[in-house]
Design a protein around this ligand. Structure first.
Ligand code: ADP
Ligand code: MG
Length: 249
């Protein structure tokens, strides 16, 4: 079943076309990676899907219904939750209260929202940190609380924006394990990431953007061998060399 379908999506900032007629889809149960060089339009595409701003053109369907132009709270209620590239930690709030801001979506009573938040905190490995003010968390913990807050809204699909940035190798491995477990428990994942090794290891499929356009979409190994993708990342010279090698072989 197709969970998310993006059709001919375009987002401009003044004269700059940040996302240019992008088509892609995510099937239920997939982990899809959205990659591309800096400035490719990944965060903008993410923001349009999550309702931070509407598209100029095109359509976003979640579970077959249009969500383009809805605000982020409404989209979250529909079952699509996102994390922020810069963790949104509020100065005085504890881990528990931060996660409660997510779980209140489905719990009228604060006490119930707190119980739900505590369960989510344990789920992401922050069970021992419930009373800690979020600014005191480590970088890895801040990334986990971002995931926790999104998870607390009970999403069927998670949009993760660079949740591995700034993490060391073992923290990356821990986060990837969590992402795989969440998928195995039924949450579909679309994630934007720079760490190519991580993307290759966890994704079922990779979508590549460059200068706002989709330039590749497919299995990780096939996408990474695509000359257009290599050119986008490394510039023309290495790609030309690779093509010459391929022609010689
Ligand atoms: N709020 C904004 N106002 C103007 N230009 C923006 C804004 N956000 C992003 N851009 C521009 O849109 C392009 C895509 O940016 P972004 O989506 O952040 O790329 P990525 O996440 O792939 O690095 C870049 O050229 C960037 O400078
Ligand atoms: Mg970005």
């Amino acid at each position: 079943m197709t969970l998310l379908q993006v059709k001919q999506l375009t987002k401009r900032f003044g004269g700059l076309v940040a996302v240019d007629k992008v088509d892609f889809h995510v099937e239920a149960g997939e982990i899809v990676g959205l990659i591309g060089p800096n400035g490719a339009g990944k965060t903008t595409l993410f923001n349009v899907i999550a309702g931070a701003f509407g598209p100029e053109e095109g359509e976003v369907l979640f579970e077959g219904r249009s969500i383009a132009g809805l605000d982020s709270a409404r989209i979250c209620q529909r079952g699509l939750a996102r994390t922020f590239q810069i963790p949104q930690v509020f100065s005085s709030m504890t881990v528990r209260d931060t996660i409660v801001t997510g779980s209140l979506l489905h719990h009228r009573a604060v006490a119930d929202a707190q119980v739900a938040a505590e369960a989510i905190a344990r789920r992401v490995g922050l069970g021992a940190r419930l009373d800690v003010p979020t600014p005191s968390l480590t970088t890895a913990e801040k990334k986990r609380i971002e995931v926790a807050r999104a998870l607390a809204t009970g999403p069927r699909m998670l949009l993760l924006d660079e949740v591995l940035a700034g993490l060391n190798a073992s923290e990356v491995a821990g986060m990837l394990d969590l992402i795989r477990q969440l998928r195995d428990e039924g949450t579909t994942v679309l994630f934007v990431e720079h760490n190519m090794e991580a993307v290759m290891s966890v994704c079922d499929r990779i979508v590549v953007l460059d200068l706002g356009r989709k330039i590749a979409d497919g299995a990780p190994l096939a996408v990474m061998a695509d000359p257009g993708v290599i050119r986008a990342y490394l510039g023309d010279a290495p790609a030309a060399a690779l093509e010459t090698e391929a022609a010689d072989a």
